[in-house]
Design a protein around this ligand. Sequence first.
Ligand code: ATP
Ligand code: MG
Length: 412
Amino acid sequence: MDIANKDGMFFLPPPVTSALDALEEKGYEAYAVGGCVRDLCRGVTPHDYDITTSATPEEVEACFSGRRIIETGIKHGTVTAIIDGEPLEITTYRTDGEYLDGRHPESVTFSSEINDDLSRRDFTINAMAYSPRRGLRDPFGGREDIEKKLVRCVGEPDLRFGEDGLRIMRALRFASSLGFEIEGETAASIHRNRRLLRLVSAERIYAEYKRLITGVFAARILTEFRDVMFTVMPELECLEGDEYENAVAAADKAGCDVITRTALLLGREENLPALRRLKPDGRTYSSVAAVLRHINGAFETDDVSLRRLLGGVSYENARRIVDARRARGLMTEDEAARVTANLNEMEARGECVNVRMLAVTGRELMELGVPEGARVGEILSRLLEEVITCRAENDKAELIKFAKAMREAQGD
Ligand code: ATP
Ligand code: MG
């Protein structure tokens, strides 16, 4: 199940081993730590590597003199070294001081003990360190929890969530994305402490939410921890009857896309404030809003209707709408596949779906004598309607002829 070789060694990329060596050669301890060790134990290639060391930030800088160093978070003990063009975060072993606000430690203290550093980490699966010369450090049974597929707090759950409420969302995110369960006591503590999330900034919650909603286990976690979801998205609590279950089931059937799944979870446009409060980027928010507008009610899928739809939503969002409707059972698999293929072809053909894509511009109409102002927009809209309904080709000469005919008919 893991990719450790027969000597219990994991493969670390050359920049990581050379950073570990640089620190060890000067007499310090150094390990790869956190998510990368978790992924190595799972047999998954890590997407990045963090290093933890007994060296203080100044000592780390001295070890890497001559290489590019960024003083990312010196106060918190983090130095970023650029090794073979790759940024590597190197953090001094530390313990966190008291948490008074449920968000940040009042102070951090550097330590010379790896176990101090591992014990401040959130979950057992994230509290392991590995180095080729020192082997695996796993004081909390992280490896066993990986085998059992469990997310479990390091230490007393109530205390750990009390220190930092974000860990509640992180537990849900890891369970959802890794396909793990949350261990019983940790789960009970999450339910008890869910309101601590109110102390956590929207941006940090949203970053974890995105990974939770797109996880393979999302439906299970959203169901088991609906009370937590209602704390971060109170509007969901107002969904009636089995609307929440249906929303979760639909989100689960949809592709792994934050926008489609969020639209399905919210279910209705009135629930958009739940998303707005989490402060997503503007593009995500407006895409969710666009998908939500078309997820309920009638939806025509003939070419003309699709072109009309595309006047208001991007191709990407149109495909999300189709997927969302399929997931809700409003469209059959076959129909969804046919419409998606049709959308792809329209996009490839560069089909005209809005006035900006017309072969004639407002300026050209004015050159023909149309007075500047509302009348230009009106004629463009009518030309678009002609093109969308295939009564005219999107061809400059033809559209100009049409425009002239319209003006004559109107007598202007
Ligand atoms: P990913 O693969 O998503 O990057 P990760 O485990 O590396 O997962 P990060 O958010 O990058 O997650 O955090 C790196 C490590 O820092 C974690 O593995 C964990 O040991 C520790 N950590 C991060 N956030 C917290 C927190 N809020 N409380 C305690 N430890 C944390
Ligand atoms: Mg990480």
